[in-house]
Design a protein around this ligand. Structure first.
Ligand SMILES: Nc1ncnc2c1ncn2[C@@H]1O[C@H](COP(=O)(O)OP(=O)(O)OP(=O)(O)O)[C@@H](O)[C@H]1O
Ligand SMILES: [Mg+2]
Length: 358
C-alpha cells in the first residue's frame, strides 16, 4: 500500500513525540542538524536556532572520550544503526544520560541522505539503578557480617559449653564414680546408678550440642576428617548411605573460614537431600582444582521441584545462605539434575591468592 500519510501530519507527529528526535543531513559537511522536535529542545535546554545548522556534538561538551562515542563513530563509518547510552550536557552544563538510537536514512536507490536520532533522558532510571545496586552491595555485606557473627557466636558458645558445663559434668561424673566405688558398687544403690547414667547422658548430649555448634574436628584434624565424621553422624541419624570422598593435598592450606563454609554447606546440602528428596544415598566429593575448592553433593532422591522455595521467611534459607556466602568470596553454587534422577549441588570457592593473611 502506498504511503498515504501527508508530510505535514508526519511532521506534526514527530513534533509531538515525547522522545527527543533529531535529524542530521548526511550530505552536508559535518552533518548539521536539520530538524529537532520540541522534546529534544526540552531535554537539552537549547533553542532551535542554536541547534539547526550545527553538529549534534554540541551536546558532548568536552566529554569526548566516552566509549559510546567510539560505537557511534564506527556505526557512522559502516552506515549501520546503533544504540548507545552516553553522557550529554544541557545548555546550562548539567549532565544527563542519553539513551540514543541512531538510524541511517537511505533513498530508494540506497543513497544515504540523513541520520535520525531518537533519544530519551534516562538519568533518573540510572540513578535509581545505581542506588539499588548500592543497597544490594550493602545488604550483601550485612548478610556476610551476620553470618560471620553467627559463626563466631557458635564457636564462643561451644567453647563456653566445653569449659563450663562440660567440665562441671566431668567433675560430677568423677565424683559419682568415686562414690560408687566407696559404697561398694552401683548395684547396691539404684538411685546412684541412675544418677551416673543421667550424668553420662548429659555429657553425651552436651558433647553432641557442642559438635553441632562448632565441629571440633575441623580445627583438630582438618576439613576432610570433619566431613567424614559429619557423614557418619548424618548417615546414623537419617538412615541413608553417605559416601565421602575428600582427600585434599597438604598444601595450599585451606583458610579456616572457607573450611567452615564448606563444612556447613555440606551439612545443609546433605540434610536437604534427605529432607526434601527422600534420598537413600548421598555422595560428597571435595576436591581442589586450580586453586578452587569444589564441593559436590549428589543424591539419588526425587530431584528438585520445578520452583524451589526462595523466600527465606518460609524456609528456603539454606541455599540462600550458601549462595550468599559463596558469592561474597567470589564463588558460586549451582544445583542441577544428577545423572540419575536426583540432584547434584556444586559449590565452588576460590582460595585467596597465595600469601594472603587469613
Ligand atoms: N537435594 C534436593 N532435592 C530436592 N529438592 C531440593 C534439594 N535441595 C533443595 N531442594 C529444594 O529447594 C528448596 C530450598 O532449599 P533450602 O535449603 O534453601 O530451604 P529449606 O531446606 O526448605 O529450608 P531451610 O534450609 O531454611 O531449613 C527446598 O524447599 C526444596 O524444595
Ligand atoms: Mg535446607
Amino acid at each position: 500500500m502506498p504511503d498515504q500519510v501527508p508530510v505535514k501530519v508526519l511532521r506534526r507527529s514527530l513534533g509531538q513525540v515525547r522522545h527527543g528526535i533529531c535529524i542530521a543531513d548526511a550530505c552536508q559537511p559535518d552533518m548539521p542538524l536539520v530538524y529537532v522536535n520540541d522534546a529534544f529542545l526540552a531535554m537539552t535546554g537549547y533553542h532551535r536556532d542554536e541547534l539547526i545548522g550545527f553538529n549534534c556534538r554540541v551536546l558532548q561538551a568536552n566529554d569526548d572520550q566516552q566509549r559510546a562515542l567510539k560505537t557511534i563513530r564506527s556505526a557512522l563509518a559502516a552506515r549501520q544503526p546503533c544504540r548507545v547510552t552516553l553522557r550529554n550536557y544541557r545548555k546550562d552544563g548539567t549532565l544527563f544520560w542519553n539513551d540514543l538510537s541512531l538510524t541511517p536514512v537511505f533513498t530508494e536507490r540506497g543513497e544515504l541522505t540523513h541520520y535520525i536520532g531518537v533519544q530519551q533522558d534516562i538519568t533518573a532510571a540510572r540513578e535509581t539503578k545505581s542506588r539499588l545496586q548500592k543497597y544490594q552491595r550493602q545488604l550483601r555485606a550485612l548478610a556476610h557480617q551476620l553470618i560471620h557473627t553467627e559463626e563466631a557466636e557458635r564457636q564462643r558458645m561451644a567453647r563456653e559449653m566445653h569449659d563450663q558445663v562440660g567440665q562441671t559434668l566431668s567433675l560430677c561424673r568423677m565424683q559419682l564414680g568415686q562414690l560408687v566405688h566407696d559404697l561398694g558398687g552401683a548395684t547396691a544403690h539404684p538411685t546412684l546408678a541412675s544418677a551416673c547414667k543421667l550424668v553420662e547422658s548429659a555429657i553425651q548430649e552436651t558433647r553432641a550440642l557442642m559438635h553441632k555448634l562448632s565441629p571440633p574436628l575441623l580445627d583438630e584434624l582438618g576439613l576432610p576428617a570433619a566431613l567424614r565424621w559429619l557423614g557418619e553422624q548424618l548417615a546414623q541419624r537419617y538412615g541413608m548411605a553417605v559416601e565421602i570422598d575428600a582427600a585434599l593435598p597438604r598444601s595450599p592450606a585451606i583458610p579456616d573460614d572457607l573450611a567452615r563454609m564448606v563444612y556447613r554447606s555440606a551439612r545443609e546440602l546433605m540434610i536437604n537431600a534427605c529432607k526434601h528428596a527422600d534420598a537413600q544415598s548421598v555422595q560428597v566429593r571435595l576436591s581442589l582444582k586450580a586453586r578452587q575448592l569444589v564441593l559436590e553433593v549428589t543424591d539419588d532422591g526425587r530431584g528438585l521441584p520445578a520452583q524451589p522455595k526462595t523466600d527465606p521467611k518460609n524456609g528456603g534459607f539454606g541455599l540462600f545462605s550458601i549462595r550468599e556466602r559463596a558469592e561474597h568470596v567470589g564463588g558460586t553454587l549451582v544445583l542441577r539434575r544428577g545423572s540419575g534422577q536426583g540432584t547434584c549441588a556444586v559449590l565452588r570457592l576460590p582460595l585467596p591468592p597465595a600469601g594472603t593473611k587469613t
